[in-house]
Design a protein around this ligand. Structure first.
Ligand SMILES: Nc1ncnc2c1ncn2[C@@H]1O[C@H](COP(=O)(O)OP(=O)(O)OP(=O)(O)O)[C@@H](O)[C@H]1O
Ligand SMILES: [Mg+2]
Length: 192
């Protein structure tokens, strides 16, 4: 079983996942990352000092994802392990497809090529207004994507909502303004 956790920066994805792993027997991986090549791509793509064209950005995320799937995710799933992924394809659809304006379907095609069409069984979408999420992580050093403007995040949030509405069987939409324990309880209820 593949469970993905999605949502804006600061929505509480990592917090929710650490709660889930106390209750579920699952391997946790993050995106971009999880294997050496993808962790190195993560450093590149998040570096505020680099100029990264939107198309290059989309390709870098897709490349990191392709390697993660081939090297680790596919083998784990084939071996019967439940995997919880901190971000997956829907992040690219929302951030590069919606936020950067490259088009959701274009980014979907790119990522289907990269992953061989792997689709999550369940996707937990932590729904929060961009200002709330960004406010929660304001104390951290911002990465390159977090420095994009408010209109960018509004488009990302809108695209996430559209993706969830289009795939209601896969998506579980959680109100991420609730306290962490409430969000965790709702997530567990949806998964079991
Ligand atoms: N439900 C919540 N209510 C209030 N604060 C929360 C909630 N969930 C997480 N937080 C806090 O918000 C901050 C961001 O949480 P977290 O790192 O889990 O978000 P994230 O979605 O993983 O962010 P990023 O996209 O940057 O990885 C942390 O300080 C965390 O303690
Ligand atoms: Mg996180």
């Amino acid at each position: 079983m593949l469970i993905t956790v999605e949502g804006l920066d600061g929505a509480g994805k990592t917090t929710l996942i650490s709660g889930l792993t106390e209750q579920l027997d699952a391997t946790v991986l993050r995106e971009p990352g999880g294997v050496e090549l993808s962790e190195r791509i993560r450093e590149l793509v998040k570096d505020p000092a680099l100029t990264v064209d939107p198309r290059a950005e989309a390709l870098l995320y897709a490349a990191a994802r392709a390697q993660l799937v081939a090297e680790k995710l596919r083998p784990l799933l084939d071996g019967g392990t439940t995997v919880i992924l901190d971000r997956f394809i829907d992040s690219s659809l929302a951030y590069q497809g919606g936020g950067r304006g490259l088009g959701v379907e274009e980014i979907r095609t790119l990522n289907e090529f990269g992953t061989g069409g792997l689709t999550p069984d369940k996707t937990l979408l932590l729904r929060v207004d961009p200002e709330v999420g960004l406010g929660r992580i304001a104390g951290r050093e911002a990465d390159r994507l977090e420095l994009a403007g408010g209109e960018f995040f509004a488009r990302v949030a809108k695209t996430y909502d559209e993706l969830a509405a289009a795939a209601p069987d896969r998506f579980v939409v959680l109100d991420a303004t609730q306290p962490p324990a409430t969000v965790l309880a709702s997530a567990l209820e949806a998964l079991t």
